[in-house]
Design a binder for this molecule. Structure first.
Ligand SMILES: Cc1ncc(COP(=O)(O)O)c(C=O)c1O
Length: 457
């Protein structure tokens, strides 16, 4: 199809207009980012209207190396030129063999030693379904323990485990899911905050599971994110994660860690579980592990490998190009020390954002791990809760997002009230780019906050 003729802006508007008239009402990012990307390189995206943006969304955390990294492009070109079949169901290929090697080389050693991998349909949500089915098969139980604020995907089982109520409607609340309180220091489910909130969460989980009248049948699994992404960039304390590992291990409950967004260097370690040192029974991986192309796997202790042949099948489980791009990406992250780099740059960015709180009281909280950073915006004139957190400010956050876009910065929102600015830059972000992101962001927050308060600080 040819693009409309006229100015680059006309071209953009024509494409957006056709998208608006032909695509579903459920489209997401396209609603808030009226960009028609035509070129992308590293952290920069260029739209059909010639405007350039720094991309702090990175395909919702998928693009660990940014757009079109040479390592990825080389791997793709080599594979295309080799004549390898591009689609092979789940047959063995040299590319898949190599990918599996790259994955196992880079998984936490204690976990990889006795792990099996299952290639899933190429979306995180399918790997979550596989993990649930795997543990249900192995335990002969059905129920799942999942957390407030969790995001696990849009298919039935993953959606049931997800916390966000809006995306579940109008479906019946699915599955046998027991909802547990995730430690969220800023908006503490127990109204106490800090480490104490995490301790109470662990105590609650343990006592509930041991309460013969607690209403919870022995579950098939507990599923959690070490850092909640969509839930508002909430890192769980390492001690709390170790408690979850202890509590589940002592009760024979498989622990599934969903590393779809946190994996492949994002949090400052190759895998987020490495910060706490826990060894889960099952890891769910997707996004960055395909090196920009669709890929999802579930990796688990071999003891759980009791499911039947074909128990979790699917047509698109053998994407040769994704295997090549993913293997190159995982090896490059490790060889170039990009997880360590994410830790350093992320800490610097978080520090500067935290310092901004003094000047801009609409910044309620700054948190994150590595290059998964959240800035929660609040209404400082509203009544604070018992932990001192002011009410969330979703309209202000939407204005800041628009202000960022006007300044050439792509930033998405998340969190309970869509009031958390989420920064997910590529791990390859340079120091200069990090400064530019923070300058634009600070400017956009200051402008939107001045408009809200009539210029008062
Ligand atoms: C932690 C987590 N799990 C699962 C998913 C679902 O992945 P997908 O959108 O590829 O189905 C996501 C997507 O954002 C995620 O962040």
């Amino acid at each position: 199809m040819t693009l409309a003729t006229g100015t680059p802006r006309d071209t953009r508007d024509a494409v957006l207009h056709r998208q608006h008239s032909r695509e579903s009402a459920a489209r997401t990012y396209a609603r808030t980012f009226p960009i028609v990307p035509v070129r992308a390189d590293g952290m920069t995206v260029e739209g059909a209207d010639g405007r350039r943006y720094l991309d702090c969304l990175s395909g919702a955390g998928t693009l660990a190396l940014g757009h079109n990294h040479p390592v990825v492009l080389d791997a793709l070109r080599r594979t295309l030129d080799s004549g390898a079949p591009l689609h092979v169901l789940d047959l063995a290929t040299a590319e898949k063999d190599d990918y599996t090697g790259a994955l196992f080389e880079n998984l936490p050693r204690d976990f990889a030693e006795s792990a099996k991998v299952h290639f899933c349909g190429p979306a995180g949500t399918d790997a979550v379904e596989a993990a649930l089915k795997l543990t249900q098969t192995a335990t002969g139980r059905r129920g799942v323990l999942a957390f407030t604020g969790a995001y696990h995907g849009m298919t039935a089982g993953a959606l049931a485990a997800t916390g966000n109520v809006a995306v579940k409607q109008p479906l019946p609340t699915g599955g046998e899911v027991t909802r547990l309180p995730y430690p969220y220091a800023y908006r503490c489910p127990f109204g106490v905050g800090g480490e104490r909130g995490a301790e109470l969460s662990a105590a609650y989980v343990e006592r509930l599971l041991d309460d013969p009248s607690g209403g919870v049948l022995p579950p098939a699994a507990m599923i959690l994110e070490a850092v909640q992404g969509e839930g508002g960039v909430i890192p769980a304390p390492d001690g709390w994660l170790r408690e979850m590992r202890r509590i589940t291990a002592e009760r024979g409950i498989p622990l599934i860690v969903d590393e779809v967004q946190t994996g492949a260097g994002r949090t400052g370690a190759m895998w987020a579980v490495e910060h706490s040192g826990i060894v889960p029974d099952v890891m769910v991986l997707s996004k960055a592990i395909g090196g920009s192309l669709p890929m999802a796997v579930v990796v688990y202790h071999e003891d759980y490998d009791g499911w039947q042949p074909g128990a979790h099948t699917g047509t698109f489980r053998g994407n040769t190009l994704a295997m090549a791009a993913g293997a190159a990406t995982l090896r490059h992250i490790a060889a170039a020390g990009l997880a360590e780099r994410a830790a350093v740059v992320g800490a610097r960015m978080t520090e500067r954002l935290t310092a901004l709180r003094g000047e801009l009281p609409v910044i309620g909280d700054v948190r994150g791990r590595g290059l998964m950073i959240g800035v929660e915006l609040v209404d400082p004139s509203g009544t604070p809760d018992t932990c001192g957190a002011h009410p969330a400010a979703p309209e202000l956050a939407a204005r800041v997002r628009a202000g960022c876009l006007a300044r050439g910065l792509i930033v998405e929102l998340g969190g309970r009230h869509d009031a958390v600015l989420r920064l997910l830059p590529p791990l390859t972000i340079t120091d200069e780019q990090a400064e530019a992101v923070l300058d634009r962001l600070a400017d956009a927050i200051a402008e939107a906050s001045a408009a809200t308060t009539g210029g008062r600080p």
